[in-house]
Design a protein around this ligand. Structure first.
Ligand SMILES: [Zn+2]
Length: 145
């Protein structure tokens, strides 16, 4: 029990949109204390936000942390900078271009930066669809707000 135990529970909570990465990988968890978990959703208004909180609640309850509250903090807003190195690796392996600050996305398949945005709407509202001009492979990319 305790803070370390809570971290261990959170480590196993997958992101609802990309199950390959955990909410810790994405940097959604801001702080963990004995009685509360502070989270910042990836995007306010993202339909996955409620689901993330629900997933955390269920995981905490299942591990016996029923008294631990989940507090959502919207400021400062989540940025893609909070994604851990491990999270970026997992995203890459999953075929999603890790968000970079650079304008062009790098193709997760061949590494080419000769890419174009095809649609602002990818497989989920939080991702945009891109296409690589070299290997012509379509891929999803996080929208950088
Ligand atoms: Zn490519």
């Amino acid at each position: 029990m305790g803070v370390a135990g809570i971290w261990a529970v959170l480590k196993d909570v997958p992101d609802p949109e990309i199950p390959a990465v955990s909410i810790l990988d994405l940097g959604i968890v801001r702080a963990v204390e004995e009685e509360k978990v502070v989270i910042t959703p990836t995007y306010s208004g993202c339909p996955a936000t409620d689901f993330i909180e629900q997933s955390i609640r269920e995981a905490l309850d299942a591990a016996g942390y029923r008294d631990v509250a989940i507090v959502t903090v919207l400021s400062p807003p989540w940025t893609t900078d909070w994604i851990s190195e491990e999270g970026r690796e997992k995203l890459r392996a999953y075929g999603i271009a890790p968000p970079e600050l650079a304008k062009a996305a790098t193709c997760p398949r061949c590494g080419s930066s000769d890419t174009e945005e095809v649609s602002r709407f990818g497989s989920t509202p939080c991702k945009a669809q891109w296409r690589c001009k070299d290997c012509l492979e379509p891929f999803d990319r996080f929208k950088c707000h």
